[in-house]
Design a protein around this ligand. Structure first.
Ligand code: NAI
Ligand code: 15L
Length: 273
Protein backbone atom coordinates (compact mmCIF):
# COMPACT_ATOMS: atom_id res chain seq x y z
CA UNK A 1 0.00 0.00 0.00
CA UNK A 2 1.45 3.39 -0.98
CA UNK A 3 1.85 5.96 1.81
CA UNK A 4 0.94 8.97 -0.29
CA UNK A 5 -1.67 8.41 -2.99
CA UNK A 6 -1.03 10.82 -5.88
CA UNK A 7 -4.59 12.08 -5.69
CA UNK A 8 -7.28 11.02 -3.30
CA UNK A 9 -10.95 10.81 -4.30
CA UNK A 10 -10.50 11.64 -7.96
CA UNK A 11 -13.40 9.37 -9.01
CA UNK A 12 -16.97 9.26 -7.74
CA UNK A 13 -17.37 5.54 -8.40
CA UNK A 14 -14.76 3.05 -9.62
CA UNK A 15 -15.53 -0.54 -10.61
CA UNK A 16 -12.97 -3.27 -9.82
CA UNK A 17 -13.70 -6.64 -11.47
CA UNK A 18 -11.93 -9.87 -10.45
CA UNK A 19 -12.08 -8.64 -6.85
CA UNK A 20 -11.92 -12.16 -5.37
CA UNK A 21 -8.67 -12.92 -7.23
CA UNK A 22 -5.05 -12.36 -6.22
CA UNK A 23 -4.62 -8.94 -7.79
CA UNK A 24 -8.22 -7.91 -7.06
CA UNK A 25 -7.65 -8.57 -3.37
CA UNK A 26 -4.39 -6.60 -3.47
CA UNK A 27 -6.02 -3.67 -5.28
CA UNK A 28 -9.30 -3.49 -3.35
CA UNK A 29 -7.98 -1.68 -0.24
CA UNK A 30 -5.58 0.41 -2.37
CA UNK A 31 -8.15 1.75 -4.85
CA UNK A 32 -10.42 3.01 -2.09
CA UNK A 33 -8.10 6.01 -1.65
CA UNK A 34 -8.91 7.18 -5.19
CA UNK A 35 -12.72 7.13 -5.19
CA UNK A 36 -15.81 7.95 -3.19
CA UNK A 37 -17.34 4.53 -3.84
CA UNK A 38 -15.55 1.37 -4.92
CA UNK A 39 -17.82 -1.20 -6.55
CA UNK A 40 -16.19 -4.64 -6.52
CA UNK A 41 -17.32 -7.63 -8.54
CA UNK A 42 -16.42 -11.26 -9.22
CA UNK A 43 -17.89 -14.61 -10.18
CA UNK A 44 -16.88 -15.91 -6.75
CA UNK A 45 -17.84 -14.74 -3.29
CA UNK A 46 -15.98 -11.71 -1.95
CA UNK A 47 -15.47 -10.19 1.49
CA UNK A 48 -18.51 -8.20 2.66
CA UNK A 49 -18.74 -4.51 1.77
CA UNK A 50 -17.05 -2.09 4.12
CA UNK A 51 -17.84 1.64 4.20
CA UNK A 52 -17.64 3.19 0.75
CA UNK A 53 -17.89 -0.17 -1.03
CA UNK A 54 -20.54 -1.99 -3.08
CA UNK A 55 -20.18 -5.74 -3.64
CA UNK A 56 -21.81 -7.34 -6.71
CA UNK A 57 -21.37 -11.04 -7.54
CA UNK A 58 -21.86 -11.55 -11.29
CA UNK A 59 -20.47 -13.63 -14.17
CA UNK A 60 -18.95 -11.51 -16.93
CA UNK A 61 -20.71 -13.62 -19.58
CA UNK A 62 -24.13 -12.45 -18.31
CA UNK A 63 -24.82 -9.43 -20.51
CA UNK A 64 -27.67 -7.87 -18.53
CA UNK A 65 -25.86 -8.19 -15.18
CA UNK A 66 -22.75 -6.60 -16.67
CA UNK A 67 -24.98 -3.77 -17.97
CA UNK A 68 -26.15 -3.06 -14.41
CA UNK A 69 -22.62 -3.49 -13.07
CA UNK A 70 -21.39 -0.50 -15.06
CA UNK A 71 -24.29 1.80 -14.13
CA UNK A 72 -23.08 5.01 -12.48
CA UNK A 73 -19.39 4.10 -12.88
CA UNK A 74 -16.68 6.64 -13.91
CA UNK A 75 -13.96 4.13 -14.81
CA UNK A 76 -13.25 0.39 -14.66
CA UNK A 77 -10.23 -1.56 -13.45
CA UNK A 78 -10.85 -4.87 -15.20
CA UNK A 79 -8.98 -7.70 -13.48
CA UNK A 80 -11.71 -10.33 -13.89
CA UNK A 81 -11.49 -13.36 -16.15
CA UNK A 82 -9.55 -16.58 -16.64
CA UNK A 83 -5.93 -15.92 -15.66
CA UNK A 84 -4.09 -19.08 -16.76
CA UNK A 85 -4.12 -21.56 -19.64
CA UNK A 86 -7.46 -23.40 -19.40
CA UNK A 87 -9.86 -25.28 -21.68
CA UNK A 88 -11.40 -23.03 -24.34
CA UNK A 89 -14.96 -22.89 -22.87
CA UNK A 90 -14.17 -20.88 -19.67
CA UNK A 91 -11.79 -18.65 -21.66
CA UNK A 92 -14.52 -18.01 -24.23
CA UNK A 93 -17.02 -17.15 -21.45
CA UNK A 94 -14.84 -14.95 -19.24
CA UNK A 95 -12.30 -13.41 -21.60
CA UNK A 96 -14.12 -13.16 -24.95
CA UNK A 97 -17.88 -12.92 -24.25
CA UNK A 98 -17.15 -11.18 -20.93
CA UNK A 99 -14.96 -8.55 -22.62
CA UNK A 100 -17.59 -7.82 -25.27
CA UNK A 101 -20.24 -7.48 -22.54
CA UNK A 102 -18.00 -5.12 -20.56
CA UNK A 103 -17.24 -2.82 -23.52
CA UNK A 104 -20.85 -2.81 -24.75
CA UNK A 105 -21.98 -1.90 -21.22
CA UNK A 106 -19.32 0.84 -21.08
CA UNK A 107 -20.60 2.25 -24.38
CA UNK A 108 -24.25 2.18 -23.30
CA UNK A 109 -23.57 3.52 -19.79
CA UNK A 110 -21.18 6.25 -20.96
CA UNK A 111 -18.09 4.95 -19.14
CA UNK A 112 -15.04 6.72 -20.62
CA UNK A 113 -12.01 4.72 -19.46
CA UNK A 114 -11.07 1.10 -18.76
CA UNK A 115 -7.82 -0.27 -17.37
CA UNK A 116 -7.61 -3.78 -18.78
CA UNK A 117 -5.47 -6.53 -17.24
CA UNK A 118 -3.97 -8.00 -20.38
CA UNK A 119 -0.94 -10.27 -20.05
CA UNK A 120 2.63 -10.82 -21.16
CA UNK A 121 1.30 -14.06 -22.67
CA UNK A 122 0.05 -11.98 -25.64
CA UNK A 123 3.73 -12.05 -26.67
CA UNK A 124 4.84 -15.25 -24.91
CA UNK A 125 6.43 -16.78 -28.01
CA UNK A 126 9.15 -14.13 -28.29
CA UNK A 127 12.47 -15.47 -27.02
CA UNK A 128 14.06 -14.49 -23.74
CA UNK A 129 17.04 -13.06 -25.65
CA UNK A 130 14.80 -10.54 -27.48
CA UNK A 131 13.68 -7.12 -26.23
CA UNK A 132 10.22 -6.19 -27.50
CA UNK A 133 7.84 -3.28 -26.93
CA UNK A 134 4.12 -2.52 -26.76
CA UNK A 135 3.96 -2.13 -30.56
CA UNK A 136 5.63 -5.45 -31.37
CA UNK A 137 3.19 -7.82 -33.10
CA UNK A 138 1.45 -10.33 -30.78
CA UNK A 139 2.70 -13.93 -30.59
CA UNK A 140 0.35 -15.52 -28.03
CA UNK A 141 1.58 -18.65 -26.29
CA UNK A 142 -1.84 -20.33 -25.87
CA UNK A 143 -5.62 -19.81 -25.85
CA UNK A 144 -5.24 -17.62 -22.74
CA UNK A 145 -2.73 -15.28 -24.39
CA UNK A 146 -4.85 -15.30 -27.55
CA UNK A 147 -7.90 -14.21 -25.52
CA UNK A 148 -5.91 -11.30 -24.09
CA UNK A 149 -4.82 -10.32 -27.63
CA UNK A 150 -8.54 -10.30 -28.53
CA UNK A 151 -9.18 -8.07 -25.51
CA UNK A 152 -6.55 -5.59 -26.69
CA UNK A 153 -8.02 -5.53 -30.22
CA UNK A 154 -11.50 -5.02 -28.78
CA UNK A 155 -10.19 -2.10 -26.72
CA UNK A 156 -8.66 -0.61 -29.89
CA UNK A 157 -12.02 -0.95 -31.71
CA UNK A 158 -13.93 0.78 -28.91
CA UNK A 159 -11.40 3.63 -28.93
CA UNK A 160 -11.42 4.04 -32.74
CA UNK A 161 -15.18 3.72 -33.10
CA UNK A 162 -16.64 5.08 -29.84
CA UNK A 163 -13.85 7.02 -28.14
CA UNK A 164 -13.72 4.82 -25.03
CA UNK A 165 -10.16 4.95 -23.71
CA UNK A 166 -8.26 1.90 -22.49
CA UNK A 167 -4.86 1.20 -21.07
CA UNK A 168 -4.06 -2.45 -21.70
CA UNK A 169 -1.58 -3.61 -19.08
CA UNK A 170 0.50 -6.56 -20.29
CA UNK A 171 1.19 -7.62 -16.73
CA UNK A 172 4.33 -9.72 -16.21
CA UNK A 173 4.27 -11.63 -12.90
CA UNK A 174 2.61 -9.75 -10.07
CA UNK A 175 3.23 -11.61 -6.84
CA UNK A 176 4.58 -10.57 -3.43
CA UNK A 177 8.05 -11.85 -4.53
CA UNK A 178 9.53 -13.31 -7.75
CA UNK A 179 9.15 -17.10 -7.55
CA UNK A 180 11.79 -18.24 -10.05
CA UNK A 181 14.52 -17.02 -12.41
CA UNK A 182 12.06 -16.03 -15.11
CA UNK A 183 10.22 -13.76 -12.71
CA UNK A 184 13.43 -11.81 -12.05
CA UNK A 185 12.70 -10.33 -15.51
CA UNK A 186 8.89 -10.28 -15.36
CA UNK A 187 8.18 -9.28 -11.74
CA UNK A 188 5.74 -6.47 -10.89
CA UNK A 189 5.47 -5.65 -7.17
CA UNK A 190 2.02 -4.92 -5.77
CA UNK A 191 3.10 -1.33 -4.96
CA UNK A 192 4.21 -0.84 -8.58
CA UNK A 193 0.94 -2.45 -9.75
CA UNK A 194 -0.90 0.24 -7.78
CA UNK A 195 1.33 2.96 -9.32
CA UNK A 196 0.67 1.52 -12.79
CA UNK A 197 -3.11 1.25 -12.37
CA UNK A 198 -3.34 4.76 -10.92
CA UNK A 199 -1.19 6.18 -13.76
CA UNK A 200 -3.44 4.39 -16.28
CA UNK A 201 -6.58 5.76 -14.61
CA UNK A 202 -5.38 9.35 -14.31
CA UNK A 203 -3.12 10.09 -17.33
CA UNK A 204 -4.90 12.93 -19.20
CA UNK A 205 -5.04 11.28 -22.64
CA UNK A 206 -4.41 7.60 -23.34
CA UNK A 207 -6.52 6.62 -26.38
CA UNK A 208 -5.72 2.93 -26.47
CA UNK A 209 -2.28 2.48 -24.96
CA UNK A 210 -0.48 -0.79 -24.28
CA UNK A 211 2.18 -1.02 -21.58
CA UNK A 212 4.09 -3.91 -20.02
CA UNK A 213 3.45 -4.25 -16.30
CA UNK A 214 6.84 -4.71 -14.70
CA UNK A 215 8.94 -3.26 -11.91
CA UNK A 216 12.33 -1.65 -12.53
CA UNK A 217 14.08 -5.02 -12.92
CA UNK A 218 17.71 -4.96 -14.02
CA UNK A 219 17.22 -7.67 -16.66
CA UNK A 220 14.11 -7.21 -18.80
CA UNK A 221 12.68 -8.31 -22.15
CA UNK A 222 10.35 -5.34 -22.46
CA UNK A 223 10.96 -1.74 -23.47
CA UNK A 224 8.11 0.53 -22.36
CA UNK A 225 9.44 3.67 -24.09
CA UNK A 226 6.38 3.82 -26.39
CA UNK A 227 4.15 4.12 -23.30
CA UNK A 228 6.11 6.81 -21.44
CA UNK A 229 3.16 9.21 -21.84
CA UNK A 230 1.23 7.27 -19.17
CA UNK A 231 3.71 8.61 -16.60
CA UNK A 232 4.31 5.27 -14.86
CA UNK A 233 7.60 5.11 -12.95
CA UNK A 234 8.29 1.82 -11.15
CA UNK A 235 10.08 2.13 -7.82
CA UNK A 236 10.65 -1.54 -6.93
CA UNK A 237 13.03 -4.04 -8.47
CA UNK A 238 13.44 -7.82 -8.42
CA UNK A 239 17.19 -7.35 -7.92
CA UNK A 240 17.07 -7.66 -4.14
CA UNK A 241 15.63 -11.19 -4.57
CA UNK A 242 18.18 -12.32 -7.19
CA UNK A 243 20.65 -14.08 -4.92
CA UNK A 244 17.96 -16.03 -3.09
CA UNK A 245 16.15 -17.01 -6.32
CA UNK A 246 19.38 -18.12 -8.05
CA UNK A 247 20.49 -20.20 -5.11
CA UNK A 248 17.07 -21.89 -4.99
CA UNK A 249 17.22 -22.51 -8.75
CA UNK A 250 20.96 -22.77 -9.54
CA UNK A 251 20.66 -23.95 -13.18
CA UNK A 252 18.27 -23.72 -16.10
CA UNK A 253 17.93 -26.13 -19.03
CA UNK A 254 18.46 -23.95 -22.11
CA UNK A 255 16.79 -26.60 -24.28
CA UNK A 256 13.59 -26.33 -22.28
CA UNK A 257 11.06 -24.12 -24.16
CA UNK A 258 10.02 -22.72 -20.75
CA UNK A 259 13.55 -21.26 -20.43
CA UNK A 260 13.82 -20.13 -24.08
CA UNK A 261 10.54 -18.26 -24.51
CA UNK A 262 9.24 -15.24 -22.58
CA UNK A 263 5.99 -17.01 -21.70
CA UNK A 264 7.90 -19.58 -19.62
CA UNK A 265 5.90 -22.71 -18.74
CA UNK A 266 2.79 -21.28 -20.46
CA UNK A 267 4.38 -22.08 -23.85
CA UNK A 268 4.03 -25.80 -23.11
CA UNK A 269 0.85 -25.82 -21.02
CA UNK A 270 -1.76 -28.21 -22.44
CA UNK A 271 -4.86 -26.13 -23.29
CA UNK A 272 -7.19 -29.05 -22.74
CA UNK A 273 -5.28 -30.62 -19.85
P1 NAI B 1 -7.05 -14.60 -10.47
O1 NAI B 1 -7.37 -15.84 -11.23
O2 NAI B 1 -6.55 -14.77 -9.06
O3 NAI B 1 -8.31 -13.63 -10.44
C1 NAI B 1 -9.20 -13.52 -11.52
C2 NAI B 1 -10.59 -13.36 -10.95
O4 NAI B 1 -11.51 -13.30 -12.05
C3 NAI B 1 -11.01 -14.56 -10.08
O5 NAI B 1 -11.40 -14.13 -8.79
C4 NAI B 1 -12.17 -15.20 -10.83
O6 NAI B 1 -13.19 -15.69 -9.99
C5 NAI B 1 -12.67 -14.05 -11.70
N1 NAI B 1 -13.32 -14.58 -12.89
C6 NAI B 1 -12.89 -15.58 -13.70
N2 NAI B 1 -13.78 -15.83 -14.65
C7 NAI B 1 -14.82 -14.96 -14.44
C8 NAI B 1 -16.06 -14.76 -15.08
N3 NAI B 1 -16.41 -15.50 -16.15
N4 NAI B 1 -16.87 -13.81 -14.60
C9 NAI B 1 -16.53 -13.05 -13.52
N5 NAI B 1 -15.36 -13.22 -12.87
C10 NAI B 1 -14.52 -14.16 -13.32
O7 NAI B 1 -5.99 -13.78 -11.33
P2 NAI B 1 -5.03 -12.61 -10.84
O8 NAI B 1 -3.69 -13.15 -10.65
O9 NAI B 1 -5.68 -11.86 -9.77
O10 NAI B 1 -4.99 -11.72 -12.16
C11 NAI B 1 -5.92 -10.65 -12.36
C12 NAI B 1 -5.94 -10.30 -13.84
O11 NAI B 1 -4.64 -9.94 -14.25
C13 NAI B 1 -6.38 -11.46 -14.74
O12 NAI B 1 -7.17 -10.94 -15.79
C14 NAI B 1 -5.07 -12.01 -15.29
O13 NAI B 1 -5.25 -12.57 -16.57
C15 NAI B 1 -4.21 -10.74 -15.34
N6 NAI B 1 -2.79 -11.04 -15.18
C16 NAI B 1 -2.30 -11.40 -13.95
C17 NAI B 1 -0.95 -11.63 -13.78
C18 NAI B 1 -0.34 -11.93 -12.45
O14 NAI B 1 0.88 -11.99 -12.36
N7 NAI B 1 -1.12 -12.13 -11.39
C19 NAI B 1 -0.03 -11.57 -14.94
C20 NAI B 1 -0.67 -11.21 -16.18
C21 NAI B 1 -2.00 -10.95 -16.27
C1 15L C 1 -0.23 -14.47 -16.23
O1 15L C 1 -0.83 -13.98 -17.19
C2 15L C 1 -0.94 -15.17 -15.14
O2 15L C 1 -2.21 -14.62 -14.89
C3 15L C 1 -0.17 -15.22 -13.84
O3 15L C 1 -0.75 -16.22 -13.02
C4 15L C 1 1.33 -15.49 -14.02
O4 15L C 1 1.56 -16.81 -14.28
C5 15L C 1 1.91 -14.57 -15.08
O5 15L C 1 1.13 -14.45 -16.26
C6 15L C 1 3.34 -14.92 -15.52
O6 15L C 1 3.61 -14.92 -16.71
O7 15L C 1 4.18 -15.17 -14.64
Amino acid sequence: MLDHPVSALRFTRLLLTGAAGNLGQALRPRLKAYCGTLRVSDLNEMAAASEGEEVVQAPLEDRSRVQSLLEGVDAVVHMGGVSTEQPWEPILAGNIVGMVNLYEAARLQGVRRIVFASSNHVTGFYRQDEVIGPRTAPRPDGFYGLSKAFGEDLAQLYWDRWGIETVSLRIGSSFPEPRDRRMLATWLSHDDLERLVVAALTAPIVGHSIIYGMSDNQATWWDNTAARHIGYRPRDSSDRFREAVESRQPTIDVNDPAARFQGGAFVKAAPHG
